[in-house]
Design a protein around this ligand. Structure first.
Ligand code: IPE
Ligand code: MG
Length: 220
């Protein structure tokens, strides 16, 4: 979810207005995801490096998170959305932590969509923490301790980097970089990213079983 600040800047609005508009995109995307055969959706809401932002912006983001959890929990329950928050909790304010706990408990039975919000999240820290908790360290045990492998990673806002997001899980992720700021991202953009994903040939390092699709323009 990148580009909220620039979206606001382009409209001569404060950055927080961009974050507020970004919450609307979250609502749209969460609503559209199950219909697009998405069963796990992880949103990067707040990176562990985002603590470096001005205090007022950090507070605004935390407030929006609390507000989202308070207002959307019911909707999630109605729509079978199970909400989970990944990332560190020990640095979050007690009220935010409590709101997360309430939302997770209330939505625990949801089976249509697993919505994971990454808050105070760093993939490197998550990998370290998971590894430290394992009696035996192997690829499989770490796979089990972290989240499911990512099929499709979408980054809005024009940057083309992973920025410490799901590094282990993205080993074979297909990357899509829509040319929109997050507040302008909607159901149609999500559908388009999924279409793009479906058109890709995923080989996971192997030779494909079906004949290779020739990319004519690459052959001379
Ligand atoms: C949203 O966009 C990211 C977060 C929710 C922290 P940004 O705040 O990074 O927006 P830009 O990149 O400044 O436009
Ligand atoms: Mg950004």
């Amino acid at each position: 979810m990148d580009g909220n600040g620039r979206w606001a800047l382009a409209r001569r609005l404060p950055r927080i207005a961009g974050h507020r508009a970004g919450v609307e995109s979250v609502r749209r995307v969460v609503k559209a995801a199950p219909g697009l055969t998405i069963d796990v959706l992880t949103l990067f809401a707040f990176s562990s490096d985002n603590w470096r932002r001005p205090r007022a912006e950090v507070e605004g983001l935390m407030e929006l998170l609390g507000l989202y959890l308070a207002t959307e929990t019911e909707e999630c329950v109605r729509n079978g959305v199970r909400l989970q928050v990944i990332g560190r909790r020990d640095r979050l304010a007690a009220d935010v932590r409590a709101a997360i706990g309430r939302a997770e408990t209330a939505t625990a039975a949801g089976t249509r969509l697993r919505l994971r919000m990454a808050v105070d999240y760093s993939a490197r820290d998550a990998i370290l923490a998971a590894a430290r908790g394992l009696a035996e360290l192997s690829r499989e045990s770490l796979d089990g301790a972290l989240g499911p492998p990512v099929d499709l990673l979408i980054r809005t806002g024009g940057e083309r980097r992973l920025s410490d997001f799901l590094l282990w899980e993205c080993a074979y992720a297909e990357l899509v970089f829509p040319r929109v700021m997050w507040p302008d991202f909607g159901a149609e953009d999500l559908a388009s990213a999924v279409r793009d994903f479906r058109g890709r040939e995923r080989r996971f390092g192997a030779v494909p079983e079906v004949p290779v699709r020739l990319h004519e323009r690459w052959l001379r």
